[in-house]
Design a protein around this ligand. Structure first.
Ligand code: ADP
Length: 632
């Protein structure tokens, strides 16, 4: 950006421009950041409010759903989906609906039992006389009885004797038949269970692993779905063996066991319970919801697992775009609205969250992007504006400096001839008897100095007129070769060219439209530079030639040359080369600017070839055209 030789920007200007750019930019960024922060807070607040509204709606929907279930529990014959069971507590018995969801009951119903007297004859043979075959025959007969209880009792005794007799397969068949007779019991234990258990025992004793496994699975399955009405103690007695036989993969408590334990707990405190209520139970670490209502003289209870709560109550209460879940105490960063048991009617608090946690932020993200882009643009504009201001101010400063340099240089240029005139005038005045020859020398020196002054003044005036656009060019058809020859001749007479060899090679006729005076000045300026910047190699070559539709006037020297990075800058006004300054060669920096102006007025161009330390060639290229009057 800065030309060689041009003044560098002052430090305080750089600091000032940086200050007026950086400070507002920093303030702008800070404000932007604050704005974004506020916006984020506001957006968070809005998102939370929306969630709270959704939670309110969900809570009232839940109230309705739970009350609906509460109403339903008072009516029997409902189809309760998995995860729930309805209990009816009577005075001394309890019923479950559906029945298979409880592994055991707080009070087991009494099943009919066969009268012991029916088997007196068989038992006489079996135990007193040890006549097993006789006993088997009696029992076989009884097993055909139309009375189911008698039939069951006979089958049990028959199978027992067959087993003791080593007739395992027959015993198994009889137990299999007995296992289908769930409605009869012996000492409170259902026949079916006794038979299933006995089959397992036979397989276990005879080491028949595969069959044992199959039978034990059946036994465990029956126990798990509450096939037999058992008490807590009886259930666990059989369940433990069944688990042992099935291979005993330890799993957590079955849902039916949890329900059974909950039913037992509520049964124990049924007399102390309020007529209606809702409660969260924890059975072996599992949660259950209990809702109860008193209906005439019975208490109706609904037990529900969290899965039931989620599918039957929470899912229908869900508001669009949100999720509801039972609230856990775990720390969560998610946005959520909590509702307690008082709001929902559920025994657990719930948490309402956004189905897509990023959704509420989408608008904010868009706004933030727009804001950031806006601020970015503003910052960019501020930077660009500062840069432009900086460049403009810097340029003005540079021109001002160049101008002051110019004034100093011009004063310097004036001083030399003025000093000469002064010296010789003093000499003439003080030495009246000076010899004629010496007097002549003094006059010659004064004349040369005056010529130089006149040329300097004329050149300055011309430059001023050209700069102001007031210089009128008068074009006339002339022979450039002749013009160049004359200018070189004149230049040879000038003091500055003394000791320089100037060779001219000019084609005879190189005619075109030119302003003679202006072109002569341009050539003069080039000649003046050629000798000025060639302190050692004292020969200059000037050539004029015609080329394709143009005339080329070249001035070649073998002097200091011009570095590549200065080659275009030196045609600007007041601009001087670095080397010229260093070597202390005097100049004002307007010579080439004038050449450039003159050549442009002729619609020509100037070419420069140069090699550092080897010299330079300036070539004026003018178009050949018909005579015309032009104004610059
Ligand atoms: P100045 O008064 O400094 O000579 P000019 O406009 O004539 O002003 O030239 C501008 C600059 O170009 C000079 O200061 C010098 O550095 C460089 N220059 C011009 N002519 C020549 C040349 N023939 N050889 C080397 N440098 C030159």
């Amino acid at each position: 950006m800065f030309l060689k030789g041009a003044p560098r920007p002052p430090r305080n200007l750089v600091a000032a421009i940086t200050g007026i750019t950086v400070v507002p930019l920093a303030v702008l960024l800070w404000l932007g950041w604050r704005l974004l922060d506020q916006d984020r807070l506001l957006e968070n607040q809005r998102a939370q409010e929306r969630l709270e509204r959704a939670a309110d709606l969900a809570a009232s929907a839940l109230q309705r759903l739970v009350s609906g279930s509460e109403q339903r529990v008072t009516v029997s014959g409902n189809e309760w989906p998995a995860g729930a069971v309805a209990l009816t507590f009577g005075r001394d018995r309890m019923e479950a609906d559906p029945p298979g969801r409880l592994a055991y009951l707080p009070v087991a119903p009494t099943l009919p039992e066969p009268p012991p007297s029916a088997f007196a004859a068989g038992e006489e043979l079996e135990f007193r006389r040890h006549d097993r075959d006789g006993a088997i025959a009696v029992y076989r007969q009884l097993a055909k009885s139309p009375d189911a209880a008698v039939r069951a009792g006979a089958l049990l005794r028959l199978a027992r004797n067959l087993k003791s007799d080593g007739r395992t397969e027959e015993a198994l068949t009889n137990y299999a038949e007995l296992s289908r007779m769930d409605g009869v019991a012996v000492a409170g234990t259902p026949m079916g269970l006794i038979a299933e258990y006995a089959r397992c025992e036979i397989y276990a004793e005879s080491g028949r692993g595969v069959e044992l496994r199959r039978e034990a699975d059946k036994l465990a399955g029956g126990l798990g779905v509450g096939r037999w009405p058992l008490t807590n103690a009886a259930y666990w007695l059989y369940a433990q063996d069944a688990a042992k036989w099935t291979g005993g993969e330890s799993h957590g408590p079955l849902p039916s066991e949890i329900f059974a334990a909950a039913a037992a707990e509520l049964w124990n405190r049924r007399t102390r319970m309020t007529p209606s209520g809702r409660e969260a139970l924890t059975i072996e670490g599992r949660k259950l919801a209990a809702i109860w209502q008193t209906e005439r003289d019975s208490l109706r209870v609904l037990l529900a697992t969290p899965e039931f709560v989620e599918t039957q109550w929470l899912a229908p209460a869900r508001q669009p775009g949100t999720n509801i879940a039972l609230a856990t105490a775990s720390l969560t960063l998610e946005r959520r609205a909590l509702r307690g048991t008082a709001d929902t009617g559920l025994p657990w608090p719930i948490a309402v969250t956004y189905a897509d946690p990023t959704a509420p932020d989408a608008e904010f993200v868009l706004r933030r992007r727009l804001l950031v882009a806006g601020f970015g643009l503003l910052a960019l504009m501020a930077l660009a504006a500062s840069y432009l201001i900086f460049r403009a101010v810097n340029r003005e400063l540079a021109v001002a400096r160049l101008q002051s340099d110019f004034v100093a240089a011009v004063s310097h240029e004036f001083r030399t001839p003025l000093t000469t005139i002064r010296q010789f005038t003093d000499m003439l005045r003080n030495n009246r008897n000076l010899a004629e020859e010496r007097r002549r020398l003094c006059y010659d020196a004064q004349a040369r100095a005056t010529d130089r002054l006149i040329r300097l003044v004329e050149s300055l005036l011309d430059f001023g007129r050209m700069e102001a656009g007031a210089r009128t060019f008068r074009f006339e058809r002339s022979d450039c070769s002749e013009l160049v020859r004359q200018t070189v001749d004149e230049f040879r007479r000038d003091a500055s060219s003394a000791k320089y060899e100037i060779e001219v090679q000019a084609e005879s006729a190189a005619e075109t439209e030119v302003d003679i005076e202006a072109l002569a000045r341009a050539v003069w300026n080039l000649l003046e530079n050629a000798v000025k910047y060639s302190p050692e190699q004292r020969s200059v070559a000037v050539g004029v030639e015609r080329c394709n539709g143009c005339v080329r006037i070249a001035v070649r020297d073998y002097g200091i040359g011009i570095p590549a990075d200065e080659r275009s800058a030196i045609f600007a006004r007041f601009r001087r080369g670095e080397e010229a300054r260093k070597l202390g060669i005097k100049g004002t920096g307007i010579g080439l600017a004038m050449v450039d102006q003159i050549v442009r007025a002729h619609q020509g161009r100037i070419e420069l070839e140069s090699e550092l330390g080897r010299g330079s060639t300036f070539t004026i290229v003018l178009p050949v055209k018909e005579p015309q009057w032009h104004e610059s």
